[in-house]
Design a protein around this ligand. Structure first.
Ligand code: IPD
Ligand code: CA
Ligand code: CA
Ligand code: CA
Length: 266
């Protein structure tokens, strides 16, 4: 498949994302059934499952040979042996969706033979689509995103969930506290995908999480590749596309400077 094919597939995926977002917006006018998963703060709604099912059906109908990986585990397909995989978070920021009806996203990525080809992150309530095809640049709606420039740590604004600072039995905790102390500001938006799209578009200089899954970061990495953004685990190791891990993304020199501190103080 060439770049033209990926561009065409992206256009199809954009139509699906917009249609899914209309379903999400309509659901906000109704009573949404909410359940908890692993803990009281890990929410899932009927809409998470419905939207994932919607994408699964579209992909099975249009691309029957492609594999599918979604947060809610709707598809039981084996995905290891298929070249092309769709990695989807139907709602990134479910807590925001339930409590705030704001700052949640749909994240869609397509990877081929391990390489990110398409990345879409849609900020539903603001109608802002971050989108990229590998080698074709990244966009925020119609605006092409520029290559990321440098920032000093003392002038950086990072995205970070404050909860990670509480884990004082973990080796990374003193470093995180140190980083929070050194940067100019810390923000928590509650949607990892959106926060990484903010890094790709220069609104944030970095984003850190101690545990994310492929559906949280797959699309963001495609965007970041197009703007020269860097990403790794917090110790600078490469991210494994089908595994959960810590994630740190950021402007190139900023990423390097922070990682060297993490590795140094490990
Ligand atoms: C969550 C959000 C949240 C992040 C969590 C994710 P979900 O995704 O991105 O901001 O801190 O680690 O699991 O469950 O709302 O799709
Ligand atoms: Ca979830
Ligand atoms: Ca998520
Ligand atoms: Ca989700």
């Amino acid at each position: 498949m060439n770049e033209l094919d990926w561009l065409k597939i992206k256009q199809m995926a954009i139509i699906w994302v917009k249609e899914a977002s209309n379903q999400l917006k309509a659901s906000l006018l109704e009573t949404i059934h909410v359940e908890t998963k692993s803990s009281p703060d890990d929410l899932v709604t009927e809409m998470d499952r419905k939207i994932e099912q919607y994408f699964l059906k579209k992909i099975q109908t249009n691309f029957p040979t492609h594999a599918f990986l979604g947060e809610e585990g709707i598809s039981k397909d084996e995905h290891e042996n298929q070249d092309t995989i769709w990695i989807i978070d139907p709602i990134d920021g479910t807590t925001n969706f339930v409590h705030q009806q704001y700052n949640f996203a749909i994240s869609v990525a397509v990877y081929h033979k391990g390489e990110g080809k398409i990345g879409l992150i849609y900020d539903v309530m603001n109608d802002v689509l971050y989108h990229a095809v590998a080698g074709q640049g990244a966009y925020k709606n119609d605006e092409r995103l520029e290559l990321l420039t440098e920032v000093e740590i003392s002038k950086a604004i990072i995205g970070l969930n404050a909860r990670w600072l509480l884990n004082d039995d973990q080796p990374y905790q003193p470093l995180l506290v140190h980083l929070v102390d050194k940067v100019r500001g810390v923000r928590s938006y509650g949607s990892a995908a959106l926060e990484m799209a903010y890094v790709a578009s220069g609104r944030l200089d970095g984003y850190i999480s101690l545990k994310l899954s492929p559906w949280d970061f797959a699309a963001a990495l495609v965007l970041l590749n197009e703007v020269g953004g860097c990403y790794s685990t917090i110790y600078g190791e490469p991210l494994a596309m089908l595994q959960s891990s810590s994630v740190f993304v950021g402007r190139p020199q900023f990423h390097e400077a922070v990682i060297s501190e993490f590795v140094h103080r490990r």
